[in-house]
Design a protein around this ligand. Structure first.
Ligand code: IVH
Length: 693
């Protein structure tokens, strides 16, 4: 076979395989046996191996996975990925419809759909080929997960029929409940941490680096919204657009209904409130959308959600069970969380043995007694909640639950800050769960990512007096680790499944050298993650990124006053004081010095910033009020795209983004200094942000 005939055969095979994929995964009507399908796939794989230059990014062979994504690059969304406003009762739906009707001034028709409980995805197609899949991210930009998405069999890599040349389509990636149960059973057997629910499993899977594992996880995807440039949109209604998308090869839910009035909507809700339990995947509500695109346009958007759609959330499932005992757990920041141990009970597809009780006030409000029969609810959250006590089952002389007064780990008297619900153990320096918790946070994946030290190893090192803080990690040596061992319980504090599992942790030759190597490599972790790893209260991943970007290095943050900190977009008083408190503590200064000596990154490097944008490095003043975004959102957009927000206009200013009622003085100054003044629309055009339908 020569290159030309190989190419033809590869094309032919690809077409056939994709057609069978479509028949199987979308139509659920296979026309070929698994064996014959495998023959076709094997032939394709063999040919592609022989002629690697002929492998196309959308070849069906990519569905098997194999490519690794080292870091998920972030890209701006062409249209922002918004959320939906939620409603919990029918009168809110009536209000929504009435309001829409009032604004539009004519009859409206709605479409009711299931609200899938998975992870949102935005797919971009050009000339009928999938070219990019982005996660929601912060709604403005998302992560490129295309390689992983290509492994999802129900997502077409190539379209058929009369599709538009360029468009985006949004949908939800799901993990069917039976795949979820299988994966968790496998994880349990392998003593791996279980996924709490299918949504979490999807979120974890879609960000895996190894697409081969993604391919095995049996994800599925329903598409629910087509987005095309307004002037190129051939469809009059949302319903029509989904019908068309179905013809191009997308998986569109069969349970979509056109509803002409609120009664029809309520009927749909009542129907699915019951029937959803029989679906093979999780749903958490109903989405009601105005069908007509023109009407959608008239209604427009708020900063967060479209005014042409609303979600109705299903009531959380609830069961009754008995309260057996309460654990008071100490978090890495000293917060005491009461956790109820319950008589195991089946709830929303999982067995629940524990539930959070939040804090002392919550226990008091419930008037909780030991042995009480309680209602347990599992909403969208991972951790079940106790919602009420059933007093008719309370036993005589049952003991009231009192919050502990002393730390269950170190016996220090607990304290409570005025106005806060939580009790803290103030023994920050030596309370063991706090010390271990800080180190565990430091090594966690999103921080220093020293995963080989996870799963109970920190505890062993702590017990052997080898570590008392995260700087101690950098003094560890192979010799100190080799031979350590301990049998530990591998139950996580809020493991809903509550299965008691024990595991022997031992530091053998390979483990020990891997750990030392991982610690050495962690020295290359970028500054923003080191900052997050330090465990400053209220400095999560995002805040750490913002601070690292704004100040550039640790000394600048250390020196920044509260006033300077709050000047930074998104940094409020609470975060600012916490940052100050951290740096004013002498012990923390000693730790930072030790980490610096060990060679950790305390300075931002150029490469960390996201890819070049038209405003990278530009000084921009934002002033006035805007139509589509709030001022803070515009500023965030600038920061995310590598621009710099500056307070006042000077000769160094590159642009002024002017909203309504920007003061005349500013206008005059900008003109005098020849600084271009952009309207909101001009600014959005500059950054390549297209307006929505
Ligand atoms: S439409 C502009 N339809 O719910 C908003 N969303 O809080 C377009 N979702 O992030 C969303 N099923 O991931 C829409 N049938 C459906 C949906 C759906 C699930 C998710 C979506 C979004 C969230 C909204």
């Amino acid at each position: 076979m020569n290159l030309e005939t190989a190419k033809e055969r590869i094309n032919e095979l690809s077409k056939q395989i994709e057609r069978h994929n479509y028949n199987y995964y979308i139509l659920a009507q296979p026309t070929i046996s698994d064996f014959d399908f495998d023959l076709l796939m094997n032939e394709l794989l063999t040919l592609e191996k022989q002629y690697p230059e002929l492998i196309m990014s959308n070849s069906p062979s990519q569905r098997v996975g194999g490519d690794l994504t080292k870091t998920f690059q972030s890209f701006p969304h062409t249209f922002p990925m918004l959320s939906l406003s939620n409603s919990y009762n029918k009168s809110e739906i009536t209000d929504f419809i009435d309001r829409a009707q009032r604004i539009i001034g004519e009859d409206i028709t709605t479409v009711c759909e299931l609200k899938f409980d998975g992870v949102a995805i935005s797919l971009k197609y050009e000339n009928g080929e999938l070219i990019r899949a982005l996660t929601r991210g912060d709604g403005m930009q998302g992560d490129d997960v295309t390689t992983n998405v290509r492994t999802i069999r129900s997502i077409p890599l190539k379209l058929h029929g009369d599709f538009p040349q360029s468009f985006e389509i949004r949908g939800e990636i799901l993990m069917p409940r039976n795949s979820f149960n299988t994966i968790n059973a496998e994880r349990e057997a392998a003593e791996q941490q279980l996924f709490a629910n299918p949504r979490n499993a999807v979120a974890g899977t879609i960000k895996l680096q190894d697409s081969k594992i993604v391919a095995q996880r049996k994800l599925d995807c329903f598409l629910y919204y087509l987005m095309i440039d307004e002037n190129k949109n051939p469809f009059k209604t949302h319903y029509e657009s989904l019908e068309a998308a179905k013809k191009w090869g997308f998986k569109i839910s069969e349970h979509i209904a056109i509803c002409k009035d609120t009664n029809a909507i309520f009927e749909y809700i009542n129907d699915w409130e019951v029937k959803r339990k029989n679906l093979p995947y999780d749903t958490d509500g109903i989405v009601i959308k105005i069908n007509d695109f023109e009407q959608q346009k008239t209604l427009g958007f708020t900063a967060k959600s479209p005014r042409w759609a609303i979600a109705y959330k299903f009531k959380a499932e609830e069961v009754q069970t008995k309260l057996l005992s309460i654990d008071f757990q100490v978090g890495r920041l000293g917060t005491i969380t009461p956790v109820a141990n319950l008589e195991p009970v089946q709830l929303a597809g999982t067995i629940v043995k524990r539930a959070t009780l939040h804090n002392a006030d919550f226990i008091q409000q419930l008037d909780l007694h030991y042995g009480d029969t309680v209602n347990v609810e599992k909403g969208g959250e991972i951790i079940p909640k106790i919602t009420a006590v059933n007093l008719s089952f309370r036993e005589k002389n049952s003991k009231e639950v009192h919050f502990v007064a002393f730390c269950p780990a170190c016996r220090t008297k607990l304290v409570r800050t005025e106005g806060e619900a939580a009790w803290y153990c103030p023994n920050f320096e030596s309370c063991p769960p706090q010390v271990k918790g800080r180190i565990e946070h430091f090594i966690s994946r999103k921080a220093m990512n020293i995963e080989s030290l996870g799963e109970g190893r920190i505890e062993v090192l702590y017990d052997n007096n080898l570590i008392r803080n995260y700087a101690d990690l950098y003094d560890l040596t192979y010799e100190k680790l080799l031979g350590l061992e301990k049998i530990i319980s591998v139950d996580t504090p809020l493991d809903l499944f509550g299965t008691e599992r024990v595991k022997k942790i031992s530091f053998q030759d390979k483990t020990s050298s891997n750990i030392i190597e991982a610690i050495r490599q962690s020295k290359n972790t970028p500054f923003e993650r080191v900052l997050f790893a330090l465990g400053i209260r209220f400095v999560g991943e995002t805040v750490a990124k913002i601070l690292a970007k704004h100040f550039g290095n640790i000394d600048a943050i250390d020196k920044a006053t509260i006033e300077e900190l709050v000047e930074v977009n998104e940094i409020g008083e609470k975060i600012a004081s916490s940052v100050r408190l951290f740096f004013e503590n002498n012990e923390n200064q000693v730790l930072i010095e030790r980490l610096r000596k060990a060679g950790l990154q305390f300075e931002s490097t150029q490469q960390e910033t996201t890819k070049e944008s038209p405003i990278t490095g530009k000084n921009i003043v934002v002033s006035g009020t805007f139509e589509h975004f709030s001022r803070d959102e515009i500023k965030l957009l600038i920061e995310n795209l590598g621009g710099k927000n500056v307070g006042s206009i000077s000769s160094k200013t590159d642009y002024v983004v002017a909203g309504e009622n920007m003061g005349p003085a500013k206008n005059e100054k900008a003109n005098k200094l020849n600084v271009p003044i952009l309207t909101e629309t001009e600014f959005l055009e500059l950054i390549g942000y297209k307006s929505n339908k």
